[in-house]
Design a protein around this ligand. Structure first.
Ligand code: UD1
Length: 418
């Protein structure tokens, strides 16, 4: 397994292009299952999670072609298995996103429960309850969600919690259902809006995406078409923090700055100078950043997917910072690794309380999940000495060409085989 080696201490300075959003591409690729004609999806990032999704569609018998520009053409006319196997789902929870489209179009789906579901259905209970309310007959046996239905029927759904993939799954299921579906307490993330725009582009009738109330009027069929995915706000935010933590200057282009409002406001509070243009953001950090308090919450509040990166920023910032994680339990694995690099961070329930140190020191560390790995890269960029990060396959799930992009900004980073 490859490792990343980072020599800390370089001030980043430069410009990079932001890739298409992973979290929009995954539901959009699942959504292609609803279309009667061929669909081409562009601005797709080159990531492991995308490869997993392509494999998942391929196993169903769907014809998938990827060109050299990562435009993916999907043709479902050859589909034969309405099935998402455990060995793929366990590597990527978002595979659950095929459940809604398969059921909505073909009336049948067998989808493995995502890995790590020690407490039964909880992580997907909202998806399952919503589909049942639309008339699906669902049993869970042998680790699989087995769902069957005649044509789904529109329903009024009040989601118990704000869930991004839950909202997306139910939206996709409703597109071909009979009548009107209302999703209340829907997630408002830009990726949900992008999925709705994609579905509407193919002939669906989805209104209100981006608000807490989405109304879907079922149509008889969707056509094929072409669609480009929106830019990745989390990738952009991560590189901006890289600029801030190294007291440098980083310009990210091909972004939608509106999607980063909460993140930019915290970076400004940390002392960064931010210059926003139509589709680019430039950050300059003069001197040592100030620690900030952050509380994660569904969009438009501060994203949980930027929490680990701000924990890294606080670890070397001036003063005390409190990071509160309210979306996921147990999302502080990176803190233990940062402590090994000399960070002064105390965990207290769902809070990470830091007293910034002047300098971190390099150490061998291990990536435990996608955003945690990004935060260890950030810590490595400012640590004294050479940080070695292992298990970097987590990073490759969500950051396209991370070492090339950081290299472009002046970082001393390389990938080495173990
Ligand atoms: C998506 C994102 C992920 C991000 C997360 C929160 C994708 C592919 N992934 O994940 O990067 O960190 O949103 O912004 O888009 N929950 C339930 N029951 C359910 C569903 C969710 O209790 O049926 C709970 C979860 O345990 C969690 C919270 O709701 O505590 C939010 O999770 P959710 O929004 O569903 O996350 P994902 O959609 O999996």
């Amino acid at each position: 397994m490859d490792k990343l080696h980072i020599e800390g201490g370089t001030r980043l300075d430069g410009e990079i292009r932001i890739s298409g959003a992973k979290n929009a591409t995954l539901p959009i690729l699942a959504g292609t299952l609803l279309a009667n004609g061929p669909v081409t999806v562009g601005n797709v990032p080159h990531l492991h999670d995308i490869t997993t999704t392509v494999e998942l569609l391929g196993r169903m018998g769907v014809s998938v072609t990827v060109d050299e520009k990562m435009r993916i053409e999907v043709d479902t006319s050859t589909i034969k298995n309405l099935y998402a196997p455990y060995e793929l789902v366990k590597t990527m929870r978002a595979s659950i996103l095929v459940l809604g489209p398969l059921l909505g179009r073909f009336g049948e789906a067998d989808v493995s429960l995502p890995g790590g579901c020690a407490i039964g259905l909880r992580p997907v209970n909202i998806h399952v309850d919503g589909l049942r309310a639309m008339g699906a007959d669902i049993v869970v046996e042998n680790g699989y969600i087995k769902a069957r239905c005649e044509r789904l029927k529109g329903a009024s759904l009040d989601l118990d919690a704000v869930t991004v993939t839950g909202t997306e799954n139910l939206m996709m299921a409703a597109v071909l259902a009979e009548g009107e579906t209302i999703i209340n307490n829907a997630a408002c993330e830009p990726e949900v809006v992008d999925l709705a725009a994609f579905l509407n582009h193919l002939g669906a009738d989805v209104q209100g995406a981006g608000t807490a109330r989405i109304v879907i009027n079922g149509v008889d069929s969707l056509t094929g078409g072409e669609y480009d995915v929106l830019p990745d706000r989390i990738e952009a935010g991560t590189y901006l923090v890289a600029g801030a933590i190294t007291r440098g200057r980083v310009r990210v282009k091909d972004v939608n700055p509106e999607h980063l409002t909460a993140v930019l406001s915290k970076l400004t509070e940390a002392g960064a100078q931010i210059d926003v243009q139509d589709d680019s953001i430039e950050l300059t950090m003069h001197g040592r950043p100030r620690a900030v308090d952050v509380s994660t919450a569904p969009y438009p509040m501060f994203p949980t997917d930027m929490q680990a990166q701000f924990t890294a920023l606080n670890s070397v910032a001036k003063g005390r910072g409190v990071i509160s994680e309210t979306v996921f339990e147990n999302r502080f694995m990176h803190v233990l690794e940062m402590q090994r690099m000399g960070a002064n961070i105390t965990l207290d329930g769902h809070q990470a309380i830091s007293e910034g140190v002047e300098q971190l020191t390099a150490a061998p560390v291990m990536a435990t999940d996608l955003r945690a790995s990004a935060s260890l890269v950030l810590a490595g960029l400012v640590a004294k000495g050479r940080t070695e990060i292992s298990r970097i396959y987590h990073i490759d799930r969500g950051y396209e060409c991370i070492e090339e992009k950081l290299h472009q900004l002046g970082a001393v980073i390389k990938r080495v085989p173990d």
